[in-house]
Design a protein around this ligand. Structure first.
Ligand SMILES: [Zn+2]
Length: 472
């Protein structure tokens, strides 16, 4: 029987990002620590993963604290013979910690914290199976102790890597590695000392038989360990193509605890049919790598899930999906088996220039392909043309989803973000060019003008399609 372990690590290392989703900067650890009770109470109420709070320096500037509130499962060795679930640890307990001389000694647990439940998605977790058939789900920035006495982040492990067994001289091979969405509690503990992390020893613990860093070690080291391609990226898949092809594939849903409905859903590329309609023409949707947030930055995912819930309230017949691993700056609409779909690609929502308003306007545009009426694609008769979808999205969907004056704000900001996004190296500028037919993608400025015309109840600009055809 498989045994499972869940360990926390928080997404950190975002201090360098200046562009933000609303209030994107993570608060200083001591600030979150000082208001921990308030944060925890809010997390319990919302079931969310992040809480936005004002910074202590300036109440107009906001930052976010990670939730650390919900009980979780975990297996950590406390004596030669016994493991204990991480959620059961309390400050003052003891845990076995690896020492410099290679022995395991009992050490004090100085803190124990966690977050999440079966309803809160942890968008980018790492799933490992070892050759002894033990499976482990960890946060991407969780650190493992490697056979060469270095630390490695979970999302940088290669499929050919081995991990260190706490008992036994030989390292153990990884037989499966995958990224995916985890639904369940994530937890962490600190052994020995919160402050003194001058050496990994005292902070290395036995997690389901393999040696891992505790939360203090992870917090200290994980930023410096962000080297090499991340599990799930195209670069990673290319680099490890032969070992990954030998891996046994995972089921669609890995059930970790049936009674508690704790599960891991491996990331898979969403199957996009050939006749799907794209937000941007294919080939004009490639970002520079440094324009995208990394896969372990969860704010855009939370944002997209939130938006999908909002738009679904008003357009319930559509299936909304996130293709997190897909780096293309795009979104699509299609119909499959009679069901309407809208898919947001990871490269779109992870793009630095796009924030919540722009992402919402993209969904409105994609809904426009389904509901905006004529003119339609001649060879794809269910789908409204690009300019028509832009116009209807701003004019109708945005007004329906965002009440009254909120829709003015959402659409104005969204249009500005999309102009900024489209006009900087994506949608090819076609200054002065004539429309290439009623359904082609208009140039960036025209798309902006079309959104604003929809908002202001002005006629659709002629650059957004042939008005004569609309009268049909
Ligand atoms: Zn479109």
């Amino acid at each position: 029987m498989k045994r499972f372990l869940r360990i926390i690590g928080f997404v950190i290392g975002l201090g360098g990002f200046s562009v933000a989703h609303g209030a994107a900067v993570q608060c200083a650890a001591d600030h979150c620590g000082a208001i921990k009770d308030q944060v925890d109470a809010t997390c319990h109420g919302t079931g969310g993963g992040l809480v936005y709070v004002p910074t202590p320096q300036d109440p107009k500037v906001w930052c976010w604290c990670k939730c650390s509130c919900v009980a979780g499962d975990t297996l950590v060795r406390v004596t030669d013979k016994a493991f204990k679930r991480m959620q059961d640890f309390k400050a003052g307990d003891t845990v076995l910690a690896l020492q410099f001389d290679g022995t395991w000694k009992s050490a004090p647990v100085v803190s124990s914290d966690g977050m999440g439940d079966k309803t809160t998605p942890f968008p980018y977790a790492i799933y490992l199976t070892l050759s002894n058939n033990i499976s482990i789900v960890v946060a991407p920035d969780h650190v493992f102790w490697m056979p060469d006495s270095t630390l490695k982040r979970a999302d940088r492990l290669a499929p050919s890597d081995s991990l260190v067994l706490s008992q036994g001289a030989k390292p153990i091979a990884i037989s499966q590695i995958a990224s995916g969405v985890y639904y369940g509690p994530m937890w962490n503990i600190v052994a020995t000392s919160e402050q003194d992390v001058s050496s990994p020893f005292g902070h290395l613990i036995d997690t389901s038989g393999v040696v891992s860093g505790d939360w203090a070690l992870q917090r200290k080291e994980t930023q410096a360990l962000q080297t090499g391609p991340q599990v799930g990226t195209a670069e990673y898949r290319k680099m490890h193509i032969s070992s990954l092809s030998k891996q046994k594939s995972l089921p669609k849903v890995v059930v970790l605890n049936k009674a508690k409905n704790i599960r891991f859903i491996p990331h898979t590329q969403v199957a996009i049919p050939k006749d799907a309609i794209h937000l941007l023409p294919e080939g004009e949707d490639q970002a520079q790598p440094n324009e995208l947030y990394p896969l372990d930055y969860s704010v855009p995912y939370e944002m997209a899930e939130y938006l999908a819930r909002q738009y679904k309230t008003f357009y319930p017949d559509v299936e909304y999906q996130i293709d997190w691993l897909n780096d293309a700056v795009n979104a699509v609409a299609f119909i499959r088996n009679g069901k309407r779909h809208v898919v947001l690609y990871g490269g779109l929502i992870r793009h630095h220039r796009l924030q919540v308003e722009g992402a919402g306007l993209v969904i409105a545009h994609e809904l426009g392909h389904h509901y905006a009426g004529p003119p339609r694609y001649p060879n794809n008769i269910w789908a409204s043309c690009e300019g028509q979808a832009d116009y209807w999205g701003a004019k109708i969907a945005q007004r329906k989803v965002w009440w009254g004056e909120y829709s003015i704000d959402q659409t104005t900001k969204g249009a500005a973000q999309l102009l900024d996004l489209f006009s900087k190296g994506l949608l090819t500028p076609q200054v002065g060019a004539k429309p290439m037919g009623i359904c082609s993608h208009p140039p960036a400025q025209c798309r902006y003008d079309t959104y604003m015309a929809g908002l202001r109840l002005q006629p659709k600009p002629s650059c957004a399609g042939d008005p004569a055809l609309m009268k049909k």
